[in-house]
Design a protein around this ligand. Structure first.
Ligand code: FES
Length: 281
């Protein structure tokens, strides 16, 4: 039987594996690259991120890439009204060369959570750094590699970015509620449903986080002590563990949906798509 242990004489990508091990790094690398390109474009657009059917007052659809609205630039096509901004109008000191986009101010928050996620690390180390490209496949030779203790020490911030992600879910839940109103009138539109699914999927991803699983039960040695009955905390930990076991699936679905939500709001705000809703009649 051949050994799967690599030696220095075996070249890059050497493996005894006979399955199509390269398919996963290929599609994950390509899929995430598409997401990054689209997100970057959408972030610099700075318009068509808001739609309220031309109604002033409470309610409207807000793209999740632009939420929360820290500052808002007024009189922008498809831009949010100033009342929805947390701190008022766009600051005058903002450099002219950088678009006045509310997304620029906040995207680092959710991105820092995603980029330090244990699952994302696994796939981008494989797909982009080839370090290694798959289990039991020879990766690029890197004698300097020191794990996540040197250059990549920032990955340990993941447990702190979790709190940021939990706050974002609250903000996006508020946006979902907002989407059921236009000009203060309650109603339902396709956009309301899309904006409501968004925080649900993000919650499925965030509550299955390894750091969250540790918070719910990582420091417990016994869930049934002292009387032998499973505690409430045990049930929470079991639910979180169920999500955790499907973390990759939640990561992809929630990421694709958040981009789709932005696309939907953008297309409706720019007039390419018509939102079917109860307000129009
Ligand atoms: S490990 Fe993936 S979100 Fe925390």
């Amino acid at each position: 039987m051949k050994s799967s242990t690599h030696t220095d004489n075996q070249g890059f990508l050497y493996t005894n594996r006979t399955d199509k091990w390269w398919v996963e790094p290929l599609w994950t690398g390509f899929g995430f690259m598409c997401f990054v390109i689209y997100t970057t474009w959408a972030m610099f657009q700075a318009n068509n991120y808001w739609w309220s059917g031309g109604q002033a007052g409470f309610g409207g659809y807000l793209s999740p890439f632009y939420s929360p609205l820290i500052f808002v630039k007024e009189a922008v096509a498809g831009g949010a009204p100033i009342e929805h901004s947390w701190f008022g109008s766009w600051p005058s000191w903002w450099p002219k060369l950088i678009p006045a986009s509310p997304a620029i101010l906040i995207l680092a928050g959710p991105l820092s959570f995603r980029m330090t996620c244990y699952y994302y690390r696994k796939f981008y180390y494989r797909a982009y750094f080839m370090s290694p490209p798959g289990c039991s496949v020879k990766g690029v030779r890197n004698k300097q590699y020191k794990g996540e203790t040197a250059l990549l020490v920032f990955q340990n911030l993941h447990r702190f970015t979790l709190y940021l992600a939990l706050g974002i879910i609250l903000v996006l839940t508020y946006d979902a509620i907002l989407s059921f109103f236009q000009g203060g009138r309650f109603g339902v539109g396709i956009g309301s449903i899309i904006l409501t699914i968004n925080p649900i999927l993000l919650a499925g991803y965030t509550f299955g986080c390894h750091a969250f699983r540790h918070l719910t039960g990582g420091n417990k040695d016994c869930f049934t002590c002292p009387n032998g009955k499973p505690t409430f905390r045990y049930r929470i930990w079991k639910s979180v563990s169920w999500l955790n076991g499907r973390h990759m699936m939640w990561a992809w679905i929630s990421m694709i949906w958040v981009a789709f939500t932005d696309i939907y709001v953008r297309m409706v705000a720019s007039g390419y798509w018509v939102d079917i809703n109860t307000w129009s009649n």
